[in-house]
Design a protein around this ligand. Structure first.
Ligand code: IPE
Ligand code: MG
Length: 225
């Protein structure tokens, strides 16, 4: 969800106003995905690198995420949405926020609709380090693709078909590195606070026009069936 700061700066507002405006985008795009029948929807809310921002902005983002969880969890629960989190629960994440995350996950854990995965204090490299460490801790000598996949933060989450990066940045920025191996990437010039259902639809249309071969030749005679 990139481009909040620039959206605010363009309007002569503080960067935090851009984060606030991003909330509307998030829930509209989530609605749009849910209406299309999307089963897994993941957002990058705060990265392991975002701690490098000025302390005021970091504080704001921690509080803001906590507030959103509080104000929206009931509504999401009513809509049968399951909330889960990926990322490292290290000491920098305030205990209160961790409690909110646990509450939201517990409240919605039996829901059978869309799974909303919130990447918070998430880094793709950190996720891989944590996975490999846990494999080592288990005493296994052999590391396989399967064992790494099973030790990711959300092992049951399928690899994303489509990853959308907003705000005209052409980077992966440490998001879902392992899971993204064969994802289709769509880059949008739209700043996150302006992102709406129609932008999601445009990205999905672009995705539908791609030819996915997964390293094979495509078609039914390809090696990947
Ligand atoms: C994304 O918007 C929000 C977070 C990383 C939390 P930015 O804050 O990165 O916005 P720009 O890139 O400065 O415009
Ligand atoms: Mg940014």
């Amino acid at each position: 969800m990139d481009g909040n700061g620039r959206w605010a700066e363009q309007r002569g507002l503080p960067r935090t106003a851009g984060h606030e405006a991003g909330e509307k985008a998030l829930f509209e795009v989530l609605d749009g995905a849910d209406d299309l029948g999307v089963r897994w929807f993941t957002v990058y809310a705060f990265s392991t690198e975002n701690w490098r921002r000025p302390p005021d902005e970091v504080q704001f983002l921690l509080r803001f995420n906590e507030q959103i969880l509080l104000s929206r969890q009931e509504e999401l629960h009513q809509r049968n949405i399951r909330i889960q989190f990926i990322g490292r629960r290290d000491r920098r994440v305030p205990r209160r926020l961790i409690r909110r995350m646990e509450e939201a996950a517990a409240l919605t854990q039996s829901n059978t609709g869309l799974t909303l995965t919130i990447a918070f204090n998430y880094g793709g490299r950190t996720e891989l380090v944590d996975a490999v460490q846990r494999i080592l801790d288990s005493g296994t000598k052999r590391v396989t693709e399967r064992s790494i996949t099973r030790h990711l933060y959300a092992p049951e989450m399928p690899d994303p078909d489509l990853v959308i990066r907003t705000s005209g940045e052409y980077r992966v920025s440490n998001f879902l590195l392992w899971e993204m191996a064969y994802s289709e990437l769509v880059f949008s010039e739209t700043l996150w606070p302006d992102f709406r259902r129609e932008h999601l639809h445009a990205a999905i249309k672009e995705f539908q026009d791609r030819d996915r071969r997964f390293g094979g030749l495509g078609g039914s005679e390809g090696p990947q069936r």
